[in-house]
Design a binder for this molecule. Structure first.
Ligand code: HEC
Length: 202
């Protein structure tokens, strides 16, 4: 592991978003607790910690979940990946951030071709219209009929948007995974996630 690593945990279940915050994940090595920021992707079920300083070389660090962190199923989330790692001495820098999706080039074609046939027109499935784009404003103010108390599209918060749970197929899901009969690819779901995080711009 280079000292510039951004360590992460891949979780078995998505997190309950109410437990998400700066204390969700910390990094420690004995008494040493480097500062940094926590990131989370529902699509990848990944939590990561971006240290604000370079880590020390040749040292074992551990990623530790906060006490109050729960999975969407109410249990303590387990991780597929090891939580302890040892740094080397190389500083490889951090990889560049991926390109932000564009509504016209990435999101709109997806909503039109994969959702629009049912969630469009005059009688959209589940009363939810996602196409054409002007109708997204209504989707953003609408509560889910399936997960009561949740928003379908919580602008700025993909982890609170039921729509993203419907396309990733999360535990406890009501009804079918969307779109029925053929899941989105990881990259398509990730584009939706990033677009919602950016404020769902049109
Ligand atoms: C073949 C028709 C069809 C397609 C295509 C489709 N849906 Fe659905 N959708 C439904 C039906 C029917 C329901 C209600 C039953 C269910 O949830 O299984 C539904 C329910 C939903 C709900 C739940 C609404 C609520 O009030 O809780 C969401 C969110 C959703 N779809 C999003 C999508 C997204 C996003 C796409 C495209 C990626 C999509 N759907 C594609 C038919 C479709």
């Amino acid at each position: 592991m280079p000292v510039s690593v951004v360590p992460s945990l891949t979780l078995e279940v998505p997190l309950d978003p109410s437990g998400l915050g700066p204390d969700t994940l910390r990094l420690q090595s004995g008494e040493l607790r480097p500062g940094g920021t926590v990131g989370y992707s529902l699509v990848d079920r990944r939590l990561w910690f971006t240290p604000s300083v370079s880590l020390r070389a040749m040292l074992a660090y551990e990623l530790v979940l906060g006490d109050w962190v729960r999975g969407i199923d109410g249990g303590v989330p387990r991780s597929f990946s090891p939580s302890v790692f040892v740094t080397g001495s190389a500083d490889l820098g951090r990889p560049p951030a991926p390109r932000d999706p564009s509504f016209d080039a990435d999101v709109a074609p997806l909503l039109e071709t994969r959702c629009g046939s049912c969630h469009g027109g005059i009688r959209p499935s589940a009363g939810l219209a996602l196409w054409p784009a002007e109708r997204l404003a209504d989707a953003a103010t609408r509560g889910s009929t399936e997960w009561v108390g949740w928003r379908v599209l919580a602008v700025g918060s993909p982890e609170r948007s039921y729509l993203l749970y419907k396309v990733t197929g999360s535990p406890g899901l009501v009804g079918e995974r969307m779109p029925p009969g053929g899941a989105l690819t990881r990259d398509q779901a990730a584009a939706l996630e990033r677009w919602i995080a950016l404020g769902a711009p049109r």
